[in-house]
Design a protein around this ligand. Structure first.
Ligand code: TPP
Ligand code: MG
Length: 602
């Protein structure tokens, strides 16, 4: 669309023009097609905020700025556009640190706008004064400090450009007095990097390696989602007849309905995926940094194929060979690299062509076996879980097995759903039951792993894709950190559905106390209130589920409320205290005590 064809609010000032820095800032947002910003208002940027509405920008006021950061993350991950967050200098900004860290590890193009103390007071210990660049140093790809009001448009624009080209959060830090004054400025045209498939030499080497592979396996990573490359990944997979596994927490990087899809690697992932990749002689890690937690042993299985040759493709050359030893590293866009490889292989005979059917049968057999295992795996069977299940039988109320609940939720998921998950034991077990047919659908807290992620993130996702159903999963502990944002969903008509697994404990961490600390539980119990009741008090609908048969219908009802009546609903599911495998056995050791008074604590 040419600029003149846009609605008046979305037309950007052209050429060198007299304006205020506030206007330059807002015009730069418009040039970058910003329509929603998440945050809490403050005097620090009120002069710019005052003209958001006539520029066609909505400021979504949240309950807590951390929520705003997560919303910007969810918005970016689903739309592929920038997510933008803003807050008052000092506390409004420090409240965002966790969310920006999470967005960093999710590779989300989030721009955090951080108005700062005025230049004439900075350093004197004034009100809400803080050095706001060091706070985000580790979690941003680029930090712009507006050191002169005349540079407002230039530096704001650069933050928007870099968020896209570097695929991660950037910051624009603006002394609050620099919003005022008169300047002559030009609003820069957004610059979008035209990425390529990678170097011809590395692509050729990869094609040669693939041509001689007997059992190639593709890992489809986050880069496939971010580059909109699922179709190209499918084409490569079909040319090779190779099983495709999702990298950890990128379950939406390959359609689950496809015969070659095998499910996710990593914590609580798919045994089929793990068994198949363990047989690979060549692995193609497409758009994956091969993060260290994504390939840890699971189910007592060391599945990573140590002798396989690895072809790694990543848009960031610094990721190539960083975690795993590789044979070929391609610095390229996942979509274009997949297309370039398919093209190179199209007219070539491949060693694996001969075994296409045999490999397809093997893939199917592993998938069928894993589905059957999941169907039978109704509850956990370790001694602690069996005790917890027995205890639940003696208690008042009816408590459900999490795995059965997760299976029922899976069956009731609507088409095109977006699901965010939190950090917790039940949320992790959910990994086996979350399957997607379209990309930009799965929003997990990724490597930063913060509790309190799921609800605000899915609210941001819903703001970006109002026509899609949005569901958040959270444990009762993580829910407490974030549930206030239900008020944001209700107040601002961004209806979502949240499923709260009410197991009355900080389960994931308690599992470590079971495995390493002889069930000495410290600070693990949660004496919970009614989450459905709290939801109702916040203006949402609340449903309590105590029977397995009610799980699916509750989700269907909540989705109907969301999609047809614009209502937010919290489904509170009463679960036993049983616990699935822990995240990391590798990170803990059996306790050693030298002092007499702690001798029993081993
Ligand atoms: C912000 C933050 N604080 C603490 C932790 C450590 N932590 C990881 S999982 C977990 C327990 C989560 O409990 P809950 O949400 O109730 O889920 P459950 O494990 O019971 O399913 C905690 C405290 C974390 N990951 N993030
Ligand atoms: Mg819990």
């Amino acid at each position: 669309m040419t600029d003149t064809a846009k609605e008046p609010a979305r037309q950007v000032a052209q050429g060198l023009t007299k304006m205020t820095p506030s206007e330059a800032f807002v015009e730069t947002l418009v040039a970058n097609d910003v329509r929603d910003i998440f945050g809490i208002m403050g005097s620090a940027f009120m002069d710019a905020m005052d003209i958001f509405a006539p520029a066609g920008i909505r400021l979504v006021p949240v309950v807590h700025e951390q929520g705003a950061g997560h919303m910007a993350d969810g918005y970016a991950r689903v739309s592929g556009q920038h997510g933008v967050v803003i807050g008052q200098n000092g506390p409004g900004i420090s409240n965002c640190v966790t969310a920006i860290a999470a967005a960093f590890w999710a590779h989300s193009p989030v721009v955090i706008v951080t108005p700062e103390s005025g230049t004439m007071g900075m350093g004197l210990g004034g009100f809400q004064e803080a050095n706001q660049l060091p706070m985000f140093q580790e979690f941003t790809k680029y930090q712009a400090h507006v050191n002169n009001p005349k540079r407002m448009a230039e530096l704001t624009a650069r933050a928007f450009d870099r968020a896209m080209s570097e695929i991660g959060p950037t910051q624009v830090n603006i002394p609050r007095d620099y919003f005022y004054g008169d300047i002559e400025t030009e609003i820069p045209e957004p610059f979008r990097l035209d990425r390529g498939a990678g170097g011809a030499q590395s692509l050729d080497e990869a094609a040669d390696l693939l041509a001689s592979a007997e059992f190639p396996v593709i890992i489809s990573g986050g880069g496939v989602v971010m580059s909109d490359g699922v179709q190209e990944c499918i084409a490569l997979a079909e040319r090779l007849g190779a099983p495709v596994v999702n990298s950890y927490l990128h379950n939406d990087s390959f359609p689950a309905r496809h015969a070659q899809w095998c499910g996710p690697l990593g914590y609580q992932g798919s045994k089929a995926a793990m068994k198949l990749i363990s047989q690979a002689d060549v692995v193609i890690a497409l758009g994956s940094r091969l993060g260290p937690f994504g390939t840890l042993p699971q189910y007592g299985m060391e599945y990573w194929p140590k002798d396989a040759k690895i072809i790694q493709i990543d848009a960031d050359h610094k990721m190539l060979g960083l975690v795993k030893k590789i044979s070929v590293g391609i610095c390229g866009d996942a979509r274009q690299a997949a297309a370039a490889l398919t093209e190179r292989l199209s007219s070539r005979e491949l060693l694996c062509d001969d075994t296409r059917e045999e490999r397809a049968a093997k893939t199917k057999a592993e998938k069928d076996a894993w589905e059957a295992e999941l169907d039978e795996w109704t509850h956990e069977t370790d001694p602690y879980s069996l005790d917890a299940i027995a205890e639940a039988e003696d208690e008042e109320g009816n408590w459900l097995h999490p795995r059965q609940v997760l299976r029922e939720l899976e069956k009731a998921m609507p088409a095109r759903v977006m699901v965010s998950t939190d950090i917790g034991n039940i949320n992790s077990v959910a990994n086996s039951y979350l399957r997607f047919d379209e990309p930009r659908s799965f929003l997990a807290p990724m490597s930063f792993g913060n509790c309190g992620y799921a609800l605000p993130t899915v609210i941001g996702a819903k703001a970006a894709a109002q026509d899609r159903p949005a569901v958040a999963y959270a444990g009762d502990g993580a829910w407490g950190m974030s549930m206030g944002e239900i008020m944001t969903a209700v107040r601002h008509d961004i209806p979502v559905t949240a499923v709260v697994f009410h197991n009355r404990q900080w389960g994931a961490e308690k599992k470590n106390q079971v495995d390493f600390y002889n069930r000495r539980f410290v600070a693990g119990e949660l004496d919970n209130q009614s989450f459905a009741g709290i939801a109702e008090a916040m203006g949402a609908e609340g449903i309590v589920v105590e029977k397995l048969d009610d799980v699916g219908p509750a989700l269907e009802r909540a989705i109907d409320l969301q999609m047809n009546q614009g209502k937010t609903c919290v489904i509170e599911i009463m679960c036993t205290r049983e616990l699935g495998d822990p995240f990391r056995r590798d990170a803990l050791s059996k306790p050693v005590r030298h002092l007499e008074k702690y001798q029993d604590y081993v």
